[in-house]
Design a protein around this ligand. Structure first.
Ligand SMILES: [Zn+2]
Length: 323
């Protein structure tokens, strides 16, 4: 009669073991208690950055960038977005350079800036760009704003041109460098020069757009120039690492417009992207969302900005655009 009794004990022990395991498993599945953000140290990723760099790949079409990425041709864009995000930017207004960078660098619709397209424009009103907002917020002495720009005509600062007012409200404004190599080298030089102060840099590579116009969106030249823009982006990241600034610097890469599929134009080219090492970017958006994202990450109170920004930070849930 020992046998059945032994079996009963065994069965009972197994049942007990299983229930213990179940309790343990349920404990593991239970949500982690939310820690109070004011008492626990914030991860560096969510803390305000010391510096931000906005890199422009003028005329980089979203689908083409996706294809280049899938071929492994843009390792720096890939690495950067693996640390943060790669999101779609859709354009609702004119898909050209004046309209594009003005919207990106101000957060406003053309009705506010007066810059509608390459053919219809005026100087952006004084104080409305991301550069001037940051100078005002941080104080001109304590903060560096710099723009290193490949193009001249559509990112101009001569009388009547979009950046005519802006140029005087920031530390460095250089345009018309044309070649990616000149833009990249100048940017590295300026990073070295201004490394001791917090900064916002806009670094604009023009060659993707130029090759697209000359050879078409599906050309080898367009491919190659995306690879070149990615290489220069990598050089900038490398420089920040050498200067011990990478951990304190957010980088955003975007384009002012895409390219008409297979063509040498961008008449109707509303599909671009934003790649970033910023893990706080949570959604897709539009060009006017980029300045609010930068200002928000630097700690500005967007509700105090006049006139109210048309875009909304990509670090926060979607809000319908004001009309
Ligand atoms: Zn163009």
């Amino acid at each position: 009669m020992k046998q059945p009794r032994g079996r009963a004990v065994l069965a009972l022990s197994l049942a007990l073991l299983l229930s213990l395991l179940l309790v343990f498993a349920l404990g593991c599945l239970a949500p982690t208690p939310i820690t109070n953000p004011t008492t626990s140290p914030a991860p560096t990723a969510t803390a305000p950055p010391r510096n931000i760099i906005l890199i422009g790949w003028d005329g980089a079409q979203r689908n083409h960038v996706k294809e280049s990425l899938s071929r492994g041709e843009l390792p720096n864009l890939k690495k950067l977005s693996s640390e943060g995000a790669l999101v779609a930017i859709d354009i609702y207004r004119v898909t050209d350079t004046k309209a594009g960078w003005t919207q990106i660098l101000t957060g406003y619709e053309p009705e506010v800036t007066g810059v509608f397209s390459n053919g219809r424009y005026q100087p952006i009103p004084r104080g409305y760009t991301v550069f001037e907002r940051l100078e005002e917020f941080f104080g001109a002495r304590d903060f560096v704003t710099a723009a290193v720009i490949g193009k001249k005509a559509n990112l101009g600062a001569d009388p009547g041109e979009p950046y005519y007012n802006t140029k005087n409200g920031m530390d460095v404004f250089i345009n018309g460098l044309n070649d990616d190599e000149k833009v990249g080298s100048k940017a590295l030089e300026l990073l070295e020069q201004y490394k001791d102060k917090p900064f916002f840099f806009f670094i604009h590579f023009a060659e993707v757009d130029a090759r697209g116009h000359a050879f078409g969106e599906n050309s080898k030249e367009y491919d190659d120039t995306l690879i070149s823009a990615d290489g220069w982006t990598g050089n900038i990241v490398q420089k920040l690492k050498e200067l011990n600034l990478y951990d304190k610097t957010l980088i955003y890469i975007t384009a002012d417009h895409g390219f008409d599929e297979g063509l040498q134009s961008h008449t109707d080219a509303p599909y671009v992207f934003l790649a970033t090492n910023d893990p706080m970017v949570v959604r897709r958006g539009q060009r006017a969302d980029i300045t609010p994202t930068i200002l928000d990450r630097f700690g500005l109170d967007l509700s105090k900005i006049e006139p109210p920004l048309d875009g909304h930070p990509l670090t926060r849930p979607y809000e319908a655009p004001r009309w």
